[in-house]
Design a protein around this ligand. Structure first.
Ligand SMILES: Nc1ncnc2c1ncn2[C@@H]1O[C@H](COP(=O)(O)OP(=O)(O)O)[C@@H](O)[C@H]1O
Ligand SMILES: [Mg+2]
Length: 210
């Protein structure tokens, strides 16, 4: 199975930026229902700031690229999602120092390391109605598929589906973390904005990494 190159990783982020730009108003609408209505704008600002650094980020190894992505998100996104997505990419970067390509299995380890960082930082678990509800099952589906010998294309397609199911599962939940938790029972009946932006992260990976 072919490896993932650093230029593919940048293309992934670029595609994510495009999808966030496209879904910005929708994400903001989701956040308006159970938060403060800035998730789309927050993510869009962060990803556009990454695109501005394209020339620098494209000419580095995957560790430095992901670290650049992380630091830009942390410094420009604001809101909980900036710190959390930033932590995801920062933790992932620690496994990619000096590497210019990753095997599908290594990519899975990076995703897991990133998830562990978000959990450590945000203290949320599956069922708390956060991005974790899409991220955790998406990563599990990816890893299980790669472990069973399937292709990158199959693994990422399963990850998208699992993340999507995870996103839908957030709708009836009462939020236990983040701003939405202030609403208590009134948070039920709406999908989580961060879980929605996480589905796009997998979708853009499926479109660019295989
Ligand atoms: N503790 C947490 N752990 C994981 N994800 C979280 C946590 N708190 C909030 N989130 C995610 O962040 C999203 C909100 O992001 P955003 O609106 O950009 O930030 P803020 O809530 O500060 O306005 C939520 O939909 C949720 O998915
Ligand atoms: Mg918000």
């Amino acid at each position: 199975m072919s490896n993932i190159s650093s230029s593919q990783i940048f293309t992934w982020i670029e595609r994510y930026a495009a999808q966030i730009a496209e879904q910005k108003d929708y994400l903001t609408q989701l956040d308006a229902a159970i938060g403060d209505g800035d998730h789309g704008a927050n993510m869009h600002r962060g990803l556009q700031a990454i695109l501005v650094k394209k020339a620098d980020l494209q000419n580095t190894d995957i560790g430095a690229l992901l670290k650049g992505v992380a630091m830009t998100l942390i410094s420009t996104v604001g809101g909980a999602s900036g710190a959390l997505y930033g932590t995801f990419f920062l933790q992932a970067s620690t496994l990619a120092g000096g590497k210019t390509e990753l095997s599908p299995r290594e990519f899975g380890s990076l995703l897991e390391k990133g998830l562990a960082g978000i959990v450590l930082r945000g203290k949320a678990a599956v069922g708390d109605k956060t991005m974790i509800d899409a991220l955790q099952p998406g990563i599990k589906a990816y890893k299980d598929s790669i472990e069973s010998g399937e292709t990158m294309e199959q693994a990422l397609s399963k990850a998208v589906s699992a993340a999507d199911v995870g996103l839908s599962s957030t709708t009836p939940l009462i939020a236990r973390k983040g701003r939405a938790s202030y609403l208590g029972e009134r948070s039920a009946g709406h999908p989580d904005p961060g879980a929605s932006s996480t589905v796009l992260l997998f979708r853009s990976a499926a479109e660019t990494l295989c």
